[in-house]
Design a protein around this ligand. Sequence first.
Ligand code: SF4
Ligand code: SF4
Length: 392
Amino acid sequence: MSIGERIKEKLPLSSTEMQQIMQQLVEYMQAQFAEMMERITVIEKNLFENSKTENDNLREELFQLKKDFVVLKQQQYKELSKIQSCLIEINDLLQEKCIEINQNTEQKKKDIIKTIHWRTDRLEEIYNRHTPRTELSFEVALAEHCNLCCAGCDHFSAIAEPEFADIEEFKRDFARLSKLFNGQAQEIHLLGGEPLLHPDIVQFIQTARICFPDAVIYITTNGILLQQMKDVFWVACHDNKIVIQPTKYPINLNYTALETLAAEHGVEYRYFGNTGTTIKTLDKYPLDLMGSQDARRSFRLCHRANKCIYLQHGKLYTCTVAPTIRHLNKRFGLNLIESSEDYIDIYSAKSAQEILEFLACPIPFCKYCMPEKIKRGIEWHQSNGILSEWIL
Ligand code: SF4
Ligand code: SF4
């Protein structure tokens, strides 16, 4: 095997291997030089033994050989240094490639693991969606309308006419749910629209706590009105262990002051989602106005299903869309149908289990949703009150 072939086989080379190869090349050249020197010595020796003419010829030959020797030596050293720099270059290149290949392989491995985790999470989510919850968590709007009006608001609060929750109905509904669920609920979100718009919010806070003594009760708000809230509100939040849960919007609002205000009243304050650390963006949940989607499929893919459970007028819904669609219908003269199969009446339901099982099933209204077409990360902006904010 030639030196070249051996080098090829070993690439990329370590510095020791590189030194060994260079050593071999030098030895090879030295062998060539030695052979030439031997011939020169033989000729020189013959010079003393031959006739003048022969000697002249030999001298000529010797002279030529010496010249050739010098040229060969120069050429060989030139070649040698060329080979050496080529080898260094190839080796560096290969090492770079090896690093690149290793990095790519590592990245591919990470991507595959990420995909596996993502798919596992999705499967788990789908499974959870179709599995009755063990504990009730739900949302209830104290005001349908809002003072911020985000584009594409998925409660349609940006286009809702002013409408407040009725405290008597609220008391009845909460008492009924409390009875069905033995006063147990995991989380309750008092929201809207904007819940702080309700002039009697304190009564809602007190009722919610009386009916569900151990639940985590949030006031989910845009925070704009927090600094105007009276002491009685803060006292009620404190006494009833309410968590103030503002979404941090990219608006001119001093959130640090709000945090301080809550702390001063001894009220827990937690930002919604990850908006405390990242800039809030919008998600667009497009609706199919023709209702031609496969309801089961939409439910399966929907992250709001059996999660954003919504109480309204004595009925529980698996999500917020069907119960609030009336605002969109009214504003744009549409007719997306919310039927009696889209909710469970908490007064007709015979048990908590019946309710939890209902909430884990698709509803006819799902045919209007296209969860796979959700557009996320849209820069936050206020609504222009146009239909395109809710359709493709
Ligand atoms: S603040 Fe909340 S309720 Fe109000 S418009 Fe924005 S998303 Fe809708
Ligand atoms: S109606 Fe739409 S948002 Fe509600 S559960 Fe069905 S697919 Fe999800």
